[in-house]
Design a protein around this ligand. Structure first.
Ligand code: FAD
Length: 319
């Protein structure tokens, strides 16, 4: 028996959320008196032995070119084979876009109970109970997993990875990869200057910016700070910005160090995707805007007057 963590990668690089999942898996292994191993799919340029620093003893690497692009069916097949080969009882993934697509498939294939979006380590004092956020993060539920196999997808940024001394052993894993009859093909990759899900700083705009022609100031500040850009759903629905930038209950869920919201009202559905940000700065001309209640710093003012001043100040600071 062991804990198996799926390590997600993008363009050959391990995602930050996967280091969190690896470290979480190692802690769960410690709790259950076993070891944590990892499965990596597709071509990777990062050094996989470094996963040892997060408590992973062995990395199973399927270096099949068919897996270079994420395909939830192919990925699920490969992970199921790794679970069978390692005898893993617990599978950990990040609750990111890919994890959300893979985890339910794994759960069905392995007849495993699943907790999507775990926020802390399981309580193993009486059974196996995992805490997760519900109602857009407004409450928590403790889910008791009673199946022999268990799947946990970990909310990004909910668990701080612990680093230690160690090197993981990397072994090739020969999974049988059979392309399904109906295949999903990625035709285009969309991402901004800085990928939103991994960004430490995010500058986000709402309907208060009046139209797509006014996004220059959002992009300029983001560029100056090395931040990603985001938006409210109202903005994406109006086609002012692409949908992959929309954050909230029905969009991306992010937890950067800084979330800078400009002309966004702060509806509960928007907050659901950003309320785990460390620092929230809000610019809104309406002092009654609900976002101010969630903000660490609030500026009551017209974005078209405030933003150019902030951009100038940042430019001066940067020399
Ligand atoms: P508005 O509500 O129109 O707010 C614009 C704000 O800009 C106002 O507060 C206004 O005071 C301010 N403003 C106006 N002019 C200026 C100016 N010149 N300077 C500064 N401030 C100014 N929304 C999401 O964002 N993400 C989601 O995932 C999401 N999911 C949803 C799911 C469901 C089931 C439902 C029902 C709704 C969902 N919504 C979601 C929509 C959400 O309820 C809000 O309608 C949406 O977030 C509003 O976007 P907004 O704040 O940009 O626009």
């Amino acid at each position: 028996m062991s804990v198996l963590v799926y390590i997600d990668q993008a363009d050959g690089h391990i995602k930050k959320s996967s280091f969190e999942a690896a470290s979480y898996a190692a802690k769960v292994a410690g709790q259950t008196g076993t070891t944590a191993e990892a499965i990596v799919l597709g071509k990777v340029s990062d050094d996989l032995t470094s996963l040892g620093r997060y408590g992973i003893s062995k990395v199973h690497h399927v270096a099949d070119d068919q897996l270079n692009t994420m395909d939830s069916k192919l990925y699920t097949n490969a992970i199921v084979q790794a679970v069978e080969s390692t005898g893993a009882e617990i599978v950990v993934l990040s609750h990111n876009v890919n994890g959300k697509a893979i985890a339910p498939r794994l759960s069905a294939r392995l007849k495993a109970g699943m907790v999507p979006g775990a926020v802390s380590l399981p309580d193993t004092s009486a059974g196996f109970v995992v805490k997760k956020g519900v109602f857009s993060g407004k409450a928590f539920a403790n889910i008791s997993l009673q199946t022999s196999k268990k799947i946990i997808s970990l909310t990004p940024n909910a668990f701080t990875p612990v680093q230690q001394e160690g090197t993981a052993e990397v072994v090739p894993f020969n999974a049988t990869i059979v392309a399904p009859a109906v295949k999903v093909t990625a035709t285009n990759k969309v991402k901004g200057e800085v990928p939103l899900s991994e960004a430490e700083l995010v500058i986000s705009g709402g309907r208060g910016l009046k139209g797509p022609e006014n996004w220059g100031m959002i992009e300029e500040l983001a560029h100056l700070l090395g931040a990603a850009t985001a938006c409210s759903r109202a903005v994406a629905d109006a086609h002012w910005r692409p949908h992959h930038e929309h954050v909230g209950q029905t969009g991306g869920s992010i937890a950067p160090n800084l979330y800078f919201a400009v002309g966004i009202s702060g509806a509960i559905q928007h907050l659901a995707g950003v309320n785990r940000s460390k620092v929230i700065v809000v610019i809104n001309k309406d002092p009654e805007a609900p976002f101010f209640k969630a903000a660490d710093y609030g500026i009551v003012g017209d974005a078209f007057e405030v933003m150019p001043k902030i951009i100038d100040a940042v430019k001066k600071l940067k020399g």
